[in-house]
Design a binder for this molecule. Sequence first.
Ligand SMILES: [Zn+2]
Length: 356
Amino acid sequence: MTQLSPGVVTGEDYKTLVATAKAGGYALPAVNITGTNTLNAVLEAAAQAKSDVIIQLSNGGAQFYAGQGMPDGFQAKVMGAVAAAQHAHLLAEHYGVCVVMHTDHANKKLIPWVEAMLDEGEKFFEKTGKPLFSSHMLDLSEESIDFNLGECARILDRMAKMGMSLEIELGVTGGEEDGVGSDVDESADNSKLYTQPEDVLQAYDRLTPIGHFSVAASFGNVHGVYKPGNVKLRPEILKSSQALVEERHGTGHNPLNLVFHGGSGSEKEKITEAVGYGVFKMNIDTDTQFAFSQPIGDFVEANARAFKYQIDPDDGTPYKKFYDPRKYLRAAETGIVTRLQEAFDDLGSKGKSLAG
Ligand SMILES: [Zn+2]
C-alpha cells in the first residue's frame, strides 16, 4: 500500500493522495474552518476515523482566523490563511494522518487575495522546500470561459513551480458562500447550474500542460441546506465530462479530478454516485457549523445561570467550571468530530489514511 508521511501533504504526495482516492473509489471531506477550535476538531476527527482530510478556509474564514478586529481586512484575509496553514504544518503530523491545506472560492475581486497568499507561499517555499498550501481555488465561473481559463492558466503557472494544485470552477454552484455566489434561479431549469462537458474539455486542454488541477463541477449542487426535494442533484453530468475527455484524449477511466461543492444535506446515494464519477473532494461547511454550534446551545441551556452569574446570588454556587470557555468549546469541537465520522462513512474514506 502507498504510504506517505503524516502531516500537510503537498506536491507529488498531494497528487498521490488524489489519485489513490479516485482509484480506491473514495473521497475526502473538505471542511471549512475559522479558528483553532474548528481546525483542531477536524484533525481529531480524521485521526479518530484513520482518514486523510482536507482543511480549507474561505476568505471570510481566513479573516476571522486572524481576528475580526485586525485593522486592515485584506491583510487579515492573507495573514489569517497563512497562520492557519502554519498551525497545520506544525501540528497535523502529530495526529498521524495526511492533511491537505486549501483555500475556498476566490472570485474576480479576490484574485489579489490568492496572489498575496502565493507571495507568502513562495517565501515559505524558499525556506522549507514546501508550499504553505497544497492548493488554492479560483472561482471565475461568473466570468466568460476565456477570462476564467486565462486567469486560471496564469495563476496555475505560478503555483506549479511549487508543486501546488489549482481548483477551478465551471458552471455555477447555487447559493452563496461567504459573499461569493450567484443569484441564478435555483428552481428554474438553468443550464448554468450544470457544467457543460465542452467547457471541461477546454479546461483540460488548456491546463493539463501547465500543472495539476481539479474542477468544481456543477450538477445541481447548492451551498447550504435546503428542504428535501428543493435541490435536484444530477451526478450523471459528471460522467459526461469524464467520458468526453477520456474519448478525446484516450486517457484512462475518470481522467478529471472532480470536486463536489455544497455537500451539506445531500442525499447519501447521490454522494456515492458522484464519488464513482471521479469526485475526490466533497466540501462540507453548513453541517459542521451546525455540529459545532448545537452543543454550545445545549450547554448554555442546561447551565443557564452560569452564563448570568459568576457566583449564584441565591445559594452562592461558584460557576467557574461551567463558564470556562474550554467547557462549551470542547463540547462544540466534539460536535464536529462526531458529525465528520458520518462524512468519512459517506465518502468511504474511513480507515484509508495513507499516513504510514
Ligand atoms: Zn463552494
